[in-house]
Ligand binder design. Structure first.
Ligand SMILES: C[S@@+](CC[C@H](N)C(=O)[O-])C[C@H]1O[C@@H](n2cnc3c(N)ncnc32)[C@H](O)[C@@H]1O
Length: 273
């Protein structure tokens, strides 16, 4: 897929996902996001860049940890996500976060601005994730860190059939590189290639729990990356796609809902002085 097209699919797709993302994914993703935050080892007063912040599921815990003397800049390509996160921050009374609309591959910050750059589950969606990791390196201060979380291998992801189910009904793949960085040592090697040192990599499993078919369908079709393609389906096509998806997750049924396996990889590195 052409990079420009992929960016557009992502930008407008996530606009449509933004009202449903928390319902479909908040509880399910938290164990993985919590592991990312442990590895990031944030300290009070730090200046943090949260890349692809989405609705703020990781941004708000970061803001709590760094406290009022810290500063967070949270960026995302989807204006819908930025609006949702901004509203939520207001409700929570969090004033140490600045939200900005920005592409992760073209960060609009000077070199050496942040103590740490965090990317939670954004890299799978970019046309050129290596460029985004180079950008993370550029904007952290010498001695600063970067931590990124991605989905692991396709074979370990219980909901992966969603992609072919949607791709069969559209002209081009929705997320062509989704499992690339989480396979083998790819994320670690890209961190190494751009210059990070003192690297750590951790691969782990999380069970994603959905209580009903309806909840699983919201997460898959409405709250995620395929939302733009799905929105254009006729009602009958939607029903057929739901049916195929529910069939594909049957092996993970627990009687009333689903315990879907998921694998994640988190990599951290340091920029030496
Ligand atoms: C799965 S969500 C992750 C949100 C949040 N970080 C979390 O952990 O819940 C992926 C996010 O990546 C954003 N995204 C996709 N392409 C992007 C790009 N090129 N630059 C910045 N953000 C992008 C989407 O808009 C979406 O909000």
């Amino acid at each position: 897929m052409r990079p420009e097209l992929q960016r557009r699919v992502q930008r407008y797709g996530w606009d449509y996902s933004s009202p449903h993302y928390d319902t479909g994914w908040e509880q399910q993703l938290w164990p993985a996001q919590e592991r990312l935050l442990e590895k990031a080892n944030l300290k009070k007063g730090e200046k943090v860049l949260d890349i692809s912040c989405g609705t703020g599921l990781v941004t708000f815990p970061i803001a709590k940890t760094v406290g009022s003397e810290g500063e967070i800049v949270a960026i995302d390509l989807s204006e819908g996500m930025i609006e949702k996160a901004t509203e939520e921050a207001k409700k929570k009374g969090m004033s140490n976060i600045i939200f900005e609309h920005m592409d992760a591959e073209e960060l609009e910050f000077p070199d050496s601005t942040f103590d740490i750059a965090i990317n939670s589950l954004g890299l799978m969606y970019y046309p050129n994730p290596d460029k985004a990791i180079e950008e993370m390196y550029r904007v952290v201060k010498p001695g600063g860190r970067a931590t990124a979380l991605v989905w692991g291998r396709r074979s370990a992801c219980g909901w992966a059939e969603l992609f072919p189910i949607v791709d069969r009904r559209v002209e081009s793949d929705v997320c062509p590189l989704f499992f690339q960085l989480g396979t083998g040592n790819n994320l670690y090697q890209t961190f190494q290639k751009v210059g990070f040192e003192d690297l750590q990599s951790d691969r782990f499993d999380v069970t994603l729990q959905y209580e009903s078919d309806e909840e699983a369908i919201i997460g898959a079709f409405l709250g995620g990356a395929v939302a733009l393609a799905y929105r254009k389906f006729q009602e009958k096509t939607k029903e057929k796609a739901h049916e195929e998806y529910i069939d594909s997750i049957q092996p993970f049924g627990n009687g009333s809902g689903y315990d879907i396996p998921g694998e994640f990889v988190v990599v951290s590195g340091r920029k030496f002085e």
